[in-house]
Design a protein around this ligand. Structure first.
Ligand SMILES: [Cu+2]
Length: 164
C-alpha cells in the first residue's frame, strides 16, 4: 500500500464517520422525546457560620427580615452566629408533560410552609419527615418554590422547558 493510498483511505474513513454521525443526529432529532418521570430529592437545610468578636467584629448591617436570615448577637464568650434557610438543591429542571415528584426532607427548622407557585401546590415540610409532592408539569415556565416561614432566602424554582 502506497502512502497516497493510506491518505485516501484515511480521508474516506473520516468522511464516512462524519456522514454516519450526521445521520445518527438526524435520527435522534426526529424521534420525539416522550414525557418521563422526574424524581427529585430535596432537603430543607440551614447553613451556619460562627465567629468570635476577637477575630471578626459583629456585623453592623441588618439582614432582610422574614425568617430566612438569622444573625445572633455575641454570647457571653463573644461568639456570634449567622445562618440562613435554603432548599438543597434549589433549582429543578423538567420538560413539559413530565411527571414531577419532589421528595423533600426536613433537616433544619421545625416546619416549612411551602408553595409551588403556578401549580397551586401548598404543603408543610416537617423536620424528620419526607414530604412527597407529585404532579404532571403540564405548563412550561419558571415556577417559584417558596417557603413562607423563611423568606426571602428559602426560595427555589422548577423550570419546565416547553416540549416540541
Ligand atoms: Cu423554610
Amino acid at each position: 500500500m502506497t502512502q497516497k493510498t493510506v491518505y485516501v483511505l484515511g480521508a474516506l474513513s473520516v468522511i464516512a464517520l462524519v456522514i454516519s454521525g450526521a445521520a445518527l443526529m438526524l435520527t435522534f432529532s426526529k424521534t420525539p422525546v416522550q414525557p418521563t418521570e422526574r424524581t427529585f430529592y430535596l432537603s430543607a437545610i440551614e447553613p451556619k457560620g460562627t465567629a468570635s468578636v476577637s477575630k471578626e467584629p459583629f456585623p453592623t448591617q441588618m439582614l432582610p427580615a422574614g425568617g430566612g436570615y438569622v444573625l445572633k448577637e455575641p454570647d457571653k464568650d463573644g461568639n456570634w452566629v449567622v445562618e440562613t434557610y435554603v432548599w438543597q438543591p434549589a433549582y429543578l429542571v423538567a420538560q413539559q408533560g413530565d411527571r414531577v415528584t419532589l421528595n423533600i426532607l426536613g433537616v433544619n427548622g421545625a416546619t416549612h410552609t411551602t408553595e409551588i407557585e403556578g401549580y397551586d401546590k401548598q404543603f408543610v415540610v416537617k423536620r424528620g419527615e419526607l414530604t412527597t409532592v407529585s404532579f404532571i408539569a403540564d405548563k412550561a415556565g419558571t415556577f417559584r418554590i417558596t417557603c413562607k416561614t423563611h423568606s426571602p432566602s428559602m426560595e427555589g424554582a422548577l423550570l419546565v422547558l416547553p416540549r416540541g
